[in-house]
Design a protein around this ligand. Sequence first.
Ligand code: ACO
Length: 351
Amino acid sequence: MDKIFPIFANETNRKTMYNSKIIGLGYYVPDNIVTNADLIKVMDTTDEWIQERTGIQERRWVIEGSGDTSATMGAKAARIAIEKAGLTTKDIDFLIFATLSPDYYFPGCGVMVQDLLEMNTIGALDIRNQCSGFVYGISVADQFIKTGMYKNILVIGAEYHSGGLELNDRGRNVSVIFGDGAGAAVLSRTEEKGKGILSTHLHSEGAHAKELIVEGPNITHWVDDIMKENNPDDVSYYPFMNGQFVFKHAVVRFSEAIIEGLQANGLQSTDIDMLIPHQANLRISQFVQHKFRLTDDKVHNNIQKFGNTTAASIPIALTEALEEGKIKEGDLVVLAAFGSGFTWGSVIIRW
Ligand code: ACO
């Protein structure tokens, strides 16, 4: 019997493996700065508590009605990344959008960006891996480029957290942490050997899904129920975080992901020129920095001014580090993330 799907295409791709390389980066954050002092006006907290526990001094929050959403902020970051790559939106073959705060339950933000940027009718894939979303997105893009399927792929991480936070004493342990913003990268095919994305490493452990979650509405507790019950204690539609549990797992998984990536490439922590950890919490980043004995110039943190922007945090920090001249050609750059799911992963890059 004839095979319906011939296997030749895959075999051809295997022979013509390419590498992928980040050729453009950009980020966008709303103008509106919310300081710890601003939060004290709406909840029982202190600047000292927030800084000591998280390192955060201020974050950006969308002004309602400004038009900023995860999709529009993502599109703004993407425009910059595409321009820096020396391309136009028509040159992009595929786009990947990572967020936990999409504009709509469905469809995803990817198609919004395809429209906003007037792109060709390219494929648009949405990724729901929270703080690890950008790392997952880079990994997917890398595979598509390696096989020769696509040449230029746009990867976006964007979040509009502030619209969904509980801004009172009950929600204070979560709402002080998160910020809004977007970051984007253009990955492109390269035939240079030993350059660009060297490897990516992805993991998950769903047993801990409920330790960091927005539970409702869901398929058994739908909007109708929530509205009918009108229960003031139903906080299922706000993020829940078991902070100490998340912290303990984050420090272990961040380290594992970095070690796995280094070992896969025969490298050691002394080879790292720049570590960009997901900006979960300054204390987590500092723990990882000390574990790998990295000096301050080898780790880029910006949670102090942007808060935790989840899927956007790595592309924002990577763009900033590059713009500040902290990353040079040939450097070993490591991206590492951990977040809700739990999900975690790393990307090893020779810049
Ligand atoms: N201001 C003042 N007091 C607060 C606040 C606040 N914003 N939030 C909580 N508290 C109080 C609590 O009510 C509690 O009071 P009590 O002792 O009277 O009961 C006290 O502070 C300690 O609360 P904990 O939750 O135990 O505080 P902890 O020291 O664990 O710090 C934090 C909380 C910062 C969330 C910490 O657990 C942490 O860093 N966890 C890691 C999780 C993380 O970084 N998440 C980011 C998102 S997930 C990600 O990106 C991976």
